[in-house]
Design a protein around this ligand. Structure first.
Ligand code: NAP
Length: 288
C-alpha cells in the first residue's frame, strides 16, 4: 500500500489563513504583531530564510523587518540592538538567524533576547520550560511537526518514536515534545550503534540528520509515520541543484503509513509556526 502523504504546504496555508483574523483583532486593539529578524553576514541560504520569514509575516498583516549586519560586526552592536528591541513595545518577537559568524558567542546572543519575545524558543529558560512540559514558546520546526501529527490524526501515546539527530534546533526539542505527548522516545546520533535496529521498530520516525536520502525503505517499519525534516541541496547527478530531504521518499513510500515530502512538508510549517509564536506573544502582551 502506498503511504498517505502529509501535505505541509496545504496545512501551512490553512493555518496562515486562520491567523489573519487573530492578527486583525490584535491590530484593532493597537497590538499589531511585530517580528524582527536579525541577520549577521551574507550567507545566501540564510538570506532566503530571512526573506521568507519577513514576507510570511507581511502576507498576513503582521509587522516585520529585518536588520542586517556585515559578518565582521562587533557582537556588542548586536547585543545593544537586542536590548533596544526587548524594550520596544511594538515588537513581540525577536529572532537571530543562525548560524552566527565564528567570533560570536551564540549562547550569549540567544540569552540576550527577552524570554517573552524569544519566538524561536532557544533561550535556556524557554528550553527548560519545554523540558518541564510547560512550554512558553515551542521551537518552530518541531512545533510544525507536532501540528502535522495532529492533522494526520496520529495518536502519539504509547507509540515507539525514534528521532535521528540531537541538535538543539530540531532533534532535542522534537524528542521533548514526543516525551511530553506520551510516546516512548529514542534519540539517535552519529555514534548510535545499529541505527537500523532502532528505526525499524519505530512507529514514528523523525529524520533530522542533514544527509540526503539517508533513511531508506529497508530502515522503516511497515505502516510507520515518517517525518522528513531534512533540507539538502543535491550536489550532483541529474537532480543537481534540487532540494531533497533526509528520507529517500521513493523507497519509503510503499512501506510507510504516512510520510512528509520535501519540498512541501516540514519546511513550510516551520515559518508558519514562527508566525504562530509571534501572534501568541502579541496576544499575551495584549492580555488576550
Ligand atoms: P545538525 O545540527 O547538523 O544535526 C544533525 C544530527 O544528525 C546530529 O545530531 C548528528 O549526530 C546526527 N547524525 C549525523 N549523521 C548521522 C548518522 N550517520 N546516524 C545518525 N545520526 C546522524 O542538523 P539540524 O540543524 O538538526 O538539521 C537537520 C536537518 O534538518 C538538516 O537537513 C537541516 O537543513 C534541516 N532543517 C530543516 C528545517 C525545516 O524547516 N524543515 C529546520 C531546521 C533544520 P551527532 O550529534 O552525533 O553529530
Amino acid at each position: 500500500m502506498t503511504a498517505q502523504i502529509i501535505d505541509g504546504k496545504a496545512l501551512a496555508e490553512e493555518l496562515r489563513q486562520s491567523f489573519k483574523a487573530r492578527v486583525e483583532a490584535l491590530a484593532a486593539k493597537g497590538h499589531r504583531p511585530g517580528l524582527v529578524v536579525i541577520l549577521v553576514g551574507e550567507d545566501p541560504a540564510s538570506e532566503v530564510y530571512v526573506r521568507n520569514k519577513v514576507n510570511g509575516c507581511l502576507a498576513i498583516g503582521m509587522h516585520s523587518e529585518k536588520i542586517v549586519y556585515s559578518k565582521d560586526v562587533d557582537q556588542q552592536v548586536v547585543l545593544d540592538k537586542i536590548a533596544e528591541l526587548n524594550a520596544d513595545e511594538n515588537i513581540h518577537g525577536i529572532l537571530v538567524q543562525l548560524p552566527l559568524p565564528r567570533h560570536f558567542d551564540e549562547e550569549k546572543v540567544l540569552e540576550a533576547i527577552a524570554v517573552d519575545k524569544d519566538v524561536d524558543g532557544f533561550h535556556a529558560e524557554n528550553v527548560g520550560a519545554l523540558a518541564q512540559g510547560n512550554p512558553r514558546f515551542i521551537p518552530c520546526t518541531p512545533y510544525g511537526v507536532m501540528k502535522m501529527f495532529e492533522k494526520g490524526n496520529v495518536d502519539l501515546t504509547g507509540q515507539e518514536a525514534v528521532v535521528i539527530g540531537r541538535s538543539n534546533i530540531v532533534g532535542k526539542p522534537m524528542a521533548l515534545l514526543l516525551i511530553n505527548a506520551g510516546a516512548t522516545v529514542t534519540v539517535c546520533n552519529s555514534r548510535t550503534r545499529d541505527l537500523k535496529f532502532h528505526t525499524r521498530r519505530a512507529d514514528i520516525l523523525v529524520a533530522a540528520v542533514g544527509k540526503p536520502k539517508f533513511v531508506t525503505g529497508d530502515m522503516i517499519k511497515p505502516g510507520a509515520v515518517v517525518i522528513d525534516v531534512g533540507i539538502n541541496r543535491l550536489q550532483d547527478g541529474p537532480d543537481a541543484g534540487k532540494l531533497c530531504g533526509d528520507v529517500d521518499f521513493a523507497s519509503c513510500l510503499e512501506t510507510a503509513g504516512q510520510i512528509t515530502p520535501v519540498p512541501g512538508g516540514v519546511g513550510p510549517m516551520t515559518i508558519t509556526m514562527l508566525l504562530a509564536n509571534t501572534i501568541e506573544a502579541a496576544e499575551r502582551k495584549a492580555g488576550r
